[in-house]
Design a binder for this molecule. Sequence first.
Ligand code: DQA
Length: 147
Amino acid sequence: MKFLILNGPNLNLLGRREPGIYGQNSYEALCARLRDFAAAHASTADCVQSNHEGVLIDAIHAADGVYDAIVMNPGAYTHYSYAILDALKAVNVPCMEVHISNVHQREAFRHTSVTAPACVGQICGLGLFGYECAMSYFLSRETPDSG
Ligand code: DQA
């Protein structure tokens, strides 16, 4: 499978940014880990990160017909970007939303995702493992009778 791993604002600062919440591992380490995970499953993972909404939207548009699945952590855009919601609805690529932290244990504004309705599901609170869970879900769908 071809995966697009899309990360939104401030996720380039993983490892330095609030490590008590987001962990010690860098964004580069996350990408290396996901590329290895994909390779171990005869797949590829391209990682795109941006602090700009339009760049994320362009990446979603460009994914159509190119990627089999998007694994997306929109960062704070999760909570208010109707433009990213619309972009996901505009393409035919399934997307899983991932949050490193358990957003439901945090401030009230993080409890709402405006982007999740355009996703097949949402994984949160599992740390970086959540990205691999999302990829595993899509990989399992390739196998008949996998449920
Ligand atoms: C986050 C949660 C968001 O509320 C926050 O704005 C982020 C990261 C997460 O991965 O837990 O930037 O998406």
